[in-house]
Design a protein around this ligand. Structure first.
Ligand code: PLP
Length: 375
C-alpha cells in the first residue's frame, strides 16, 4: 500500500456526517439518545418482563405499519442476522426445491446454503454477471422463489414481482439493505427478511422477517413434519416466540432500542414512501454527478436497475479509486470503498434514509476536489 497523499479537503466541501458505509451504516444521534434514555428502564433488564417484551411488540407493530402489511402477516424475529436467516430458511421455509436469482455475492450465498442442505433437492439457479439482475421464471417442482431486493455488493435493485404461474410457491426476499428504503408490494411477496444495520441504522445480529399467511402456513407445515431442525434455527420456534413478543434466546436489547427509535423517525417522516423519497433524492444526486464527469460512470448501466440505497460508481483506470477512498478517510469520509470481491476500480456509497442528501452532495464535491488534486 502506497502512502496516502496529503490532501486536505476544504471544510466547506465536507459532509456534516462522513459515514457512507453500506452496513453497519450511519446511526442517527436520536438513536443513541434513545439508548441513553433506556439506561435504567430497558438496558440490563429481563427480556422476559414487560418492558423488553413491549419493546419487541412495538418494533413488530411499527414494522407492520411501515410496510402497510395486510391482516394475517406477522413480523418474526430471532438472533443471528440475515446470514443466519438463510440457514433458518433452509430448515424451515423451503419444502424441497428453491429457485435463486444470483447476481452478486449476497444472492449467491442463500443458493449455496440450499445446495448444501442434505434434506433439500438441488436448487435451480438463474445467474447473471454483476451489474444487472435476472427475472424469476415459474418452474415445476419449485416451492420457493428466492429474490434479493437490493444486491448490496453491486448496487443493483429489482422490482419485486411474483412470477406468473408460481402456484402456491412462496416468494422469499432478501431485503437486508432495501427494507425501509425501497418500496415493495406485500401482494408480490411472502417472506421479506432483513437485519437492522442498514436502512434501520441500528446494529447487526438480529434477523427480522415479515411473513404472509402463506409463509406462516409453510412454517407450520414444516414445523409439524419430522424434519430435524436445530432449535436455534427453528422457524416454528421463532414464530411461536415472536407472536408472544419474545425471542427464543436473549436478544441485543440496545439494538432493539435503536431500531425502535429509527422506526419512530421513519413513521414521523412519511413512512416508507417518505424514506424511499429520501434515498431516491440522494441517488439522483450521485448518479447525475457521475454521469457529468468523464472519469466517473454509474456501474449499473440500466438506470432501471440502479439502486437508490447503494450507489456504485466506476472510476476511470487512470485514477486509483482506493487512493480516493484513502484520502476521503483521512478527511473523515468513511467506507466509500467498492465491495472487495467485486474487484472493480469503484466507489460504493450507502444512501440509506438516515443519510442526508446534502451529505451525498458534499461527498461528490469532496471527490471532485480529491481527483483534481490527484491529477
Ligand atoms: C448485509 C447483507 C447481508 C448480510 O447481513 P448479516 O446481517 O451481516 O448477515 C445479506 N444480504 C444482503 C443483501 C445484505 O446487504
Amino acid at each position: 500500500m502506497t502512502e496516502t497523499p496529503a490532501i486536505t479537503i476544504p471544510a466547506d466541501l465536507l459532509p456534516a456526517d462522513g459515514r457512507f458505509c453500506c452496513g453497519p451504516s450511519k446511526v442517527r444521534r436520536d438513536q443513541i439518545d434513545a439508548v441513553v434514555a433506556a439506561r435504567k428502564t430497558l438496558l440490563g433488564t429481563s427480556h422476559r418482563k414487560p418492558p423488553v417484551k413491549n419493546l419487541v411488540g412495538d418494533v413488530r407493530s411499527k414494522l407492520s405499519e411501515l410496510f402497510s402489511l395486510p391482516d394475517g402477516w406477522e413480523i418474526v424475529l430471532g438472533n443471528g442476522g440475515s446470514t443466519i436467516f438463510w440457514d433458518v430458511a433452509t430448515f424451515g421455509l423451503v419444502r424441497d426445491r428453491s429457485q435463486h436469482l444470483v447476481f452478486g455475492e449476497f444472492s449467491s450465498k442463500f443458493a449455496d446454503a440450499c445446495a448444501a442442505a442434505p434434506h433439500l433437492g438441488q436448487p435451480s439457479v438463474i445467474k447473471v454477471d454483476p451489474g444487472s439482475h435476472p427475472e424469476p421464471v415459474a418452474e415445476d417442482g419449485i416451492d420457493l422463489y428466492a429474490l434479493t431486493h437490493n444486491e448490496t455488493s453491486t448496487g443493483v435493485a429489482m422490482q419485486l414481482q411474483r412470477p406468473a404461474g408460481a402456484g402456491d410457491a412462496l416468494v422469499a426476499v432478501d431485503a437486508t439493505s432495501a427494507a425501509g428504503g425501497l418500496l415493495w408490494d406485500p401482494a408480490q411477496v411472502d417472506c421479506y427478511y432483513f437485519a437492522p444495520q442498514k436502512c434501520f441504522a441500528s446494529d447487526g445480529g438480529i434477523w427480522l422477517a415479515a411473513c404472509s399467511p402463506a409463509a406462516i402456513e409453510r412454517i407450520n407445515e414444516i414445523g409439524s413434519s419430522d424434519r430435524w431442525r436445530p432449535a436455534s434455527l427453528d422457524l416454528q420456534i421463532a414464530l411461536d416466540n415472536s407472536t408472544k413478543n419474545q425471542t427464543y434466546n436473549t436478544p441485543a436489547v440496545a439494538t432493539l432500542v435503536m431500531l425502535d427509535a429509527q422506526l419512530n423517525w421513519m413513521l414521523a417522516n412519511g413512512s416508507l414512501a417518505g424514506m424511499a423519497g429520501r434515498s431516491a433524492a440522494s441517488a439522483s444526486v450521485l448518479y447525475s454527478w457521475a454521469e457529468a464527469r468523464d472519469w466517473a460512470t454509474p456501474f449499473v448501466t440500466d438506470p432501471a436497475h440502479r439502486s437508490n440505497v447503494v450507489g456504485t460508481i466506476d472510476i476511470d483506470d487512470s485514477i486509483d479509486a482506493n487512493e480516493i477512498c484513502a484520502v476521503l478517510r483521512a478527511n473523515g469520509i468513511l467506507d466509500t470503498d467498492a465491495y472487495r470481491k467485486l474487484g472493480r476500480n469503484q466507489l460504493r456509497v450507502g444512501m440509506f434514509p438516515a443519510i442526508d442528501t446534502a451529505d451525498v452532495e458534499a461527498l461528490t464535491k469532496s471527490v471532485d476536489h480529491v481527483v483534481e488534486q490527484l491529477s
